[in-house]
Ligand binder design. Sequence first.
Ligand code: NAP
Length: 297
Amino acid sequence: MIKERLITGTTKLLGVIGHPVEHSLSPVMHNVALAELGLDYVYLPFPIEPQNLEVAIAGFAAVGVVGFSVTIPHKQAILSLLSEVTPIAQAIGAVNTVTRQDGKWVGTNTDVEGFIAPLQTTYHQDWSQKVAVILGNGGAARAVVAGCIQLGCASIHVVGRNVQKLEEFRHSWGNSSQAAQFQVHQWEELPKLIPQANLLVNTTPMGMYPHLEVSPLSVGEMTDLPPGAIAYDLIYIPKPTLFLQQAEKQGAIAIDGLEMLVQQGAAALKIWLHQEIVPVDTMRQALENHLMVIGNW
Ligand code: NAP
């Protein structure tokens, strides 16, 4: 039962910055969690244009914001405005969670934790024998690569359509030990990679609502996916995407992007509240209810 909540003179402020931000699902899950915990906090959406980022963050400090989520287009730009950035966020080159600690802004990235959570909790596997194939080389792919490295996958293949962006993706990891743990490939190499994939992750927006008939793989390419492989789509609307429908027909295990969204949010809430337990099930349920009400699910 969710307790009734009042905004008072002592209510503390959390939120999400982005542009646009009105479609963000984060306020739904965080406010429900805060209410269930009976905490005097509120989580708000803040539409902030790129040119206003610096002044907005200074304003947040001035009014005592406790912490905030960061979404497109600020995930990289925010780095230069922070006093500290955790090693995982540095490795990915993007921050999705900021917290105020001792009068300083500290940034981290909880997308990696969000991505690996359903893989670790539901599918106990010896990842050291598994091959990961990642479609796309944008922002989310960076967290997915870091997640596959954390899982200890035997090999990690990132597949993209733009040679220059693929090379930039590779070089942006420098000569770090992580960089040595994955290879980049052009899209044309997919037929060779799909039959090896134990974990196939779609990090492209292909198939996202309203493009229900779109999949990053052709039906023919998908037929080469080994039965029992895990197909993971970061997209959560529609449920399921065509990519996941195709994969399930092949006997693959399907994971959609909702759990990643929930788990990255839960990880952020733990950081802001300095507590280990947050109501993850309530957050998931709130999102599912919301998505059913707004449709497309
Ligand atoms: P992004 O930075 O724009 O990257 C998108 C990637 O997809 C790029 O590599 C892009 O290639 C590639 N791509 C786009 N259209 C393509 C096409 N037609 N054919 C081949 N490749 C294509 O976006 P992002 O932030 O990584 O987000 C990607 C997706 O993940 C979105 O659907 C987003 O909603 C989802 N996501 C979900 C979660 C979650 O919690 N579930 C978290 C983050 C993101 P180019 O670089 O060549 O353009």
